[in-house]
Design a protein around this ligand. Sequence first.
Ligand code: HEC
Ligand code: HEC
Length: 238
Amino acid sequence: MLSILIAFMVLAPPQDGSQLYRDNCARCHGQDGNGIPGVDFRTGQFRRPSTDDDLMRIIAGGIPGTAMSPSSLPDAARRSLVDFLRSMPNSAGASAGGGDAARGRTVFEGQGGCTSCHRANGKGSRTGPDLGDAGSNRRAADIERSILNPNAAILPQNRTVRATAADGSTITGRRLNEDTDTIQLIDDRERLVSLSKATLREFTVLKTSPMPSFQGKLTPQELADVIAYLLSLKGPTP
Ligand code: HEC
Ligand code: HEC
């Protein structure tokens, strides 16, 4: 099994199935997979296809006589899509609110290690964004995507920047504030740093997130619990 998996990864570098889904499928099937009457990917049940190969064929060939039209996506992309469709029932548990906030707090502060970068409920580090109000303006699906695929959508205010001083030394941190002359960031040791742009040799906004993906590192239940916990946080931490 493992060798098959490795062979597969070498032959076909994994593509982001959720992104492919959003780009190609969500306009009909909906973000949550239940946009077509009678078809609901969150149930893990399909009306016609049963094996992965059946799904691959349907995505390539469409379903004649219906709005489900053929697509020219390459094999690797279709395979990522099939993996994503297969994963939707798990994530549906989370989005549908199957989680337990109290258990989620234990995951957040314990085995998940989230407090080594994030702050919530008066605990944790300030190197990552404060998640104390995560529940007031984020949807379950957004939180889930941030956890499973941190690079997919980074809020502008959460970008990491790297500054190189005239002497060549560099400093990396999360951008807190910026005006024409200065930039303030918080570095990886939670120090607030203010830099004068005129003294910098180089200044880059990084496209990737320092947050690791938790895909496969949390069980579906832990993921649902942590999302329920974050959704329960509605205000500035006491
Ligand atoms: C233009 C609208 C549209 C788009 C875009 C679309 N679909 Fe569909 N899809 C449908 C419709 C309508 C059906 C139901 C057809 C029927 O009546 O059986 C369907 C059915 C399906 C089924 C079979 C479901 C079942 O229970 O048998 C699968 C699997 C599927 N779509 C996957 C996808 C994937 C993956 C994508 C993106 C690559 C996609 N579809 C894009 C409209 C669309
Ligand atoms: C190594 C540091 C680090 C760890 C560990 C970490 N994160 Fe993050 N996280 C970040 C940074 C930095 C960002 C901002 C950039 C981004 O959006 O990816 C972020 C972004 C997020 C966001 C989106 C932020 C927003 O404002 O919407 C969520 C939600 C999140 N993290 C949840 C978690 C959870 C839950 C865990 C634990 C399972 C976790 N993070 C572990 C560093 C971390």
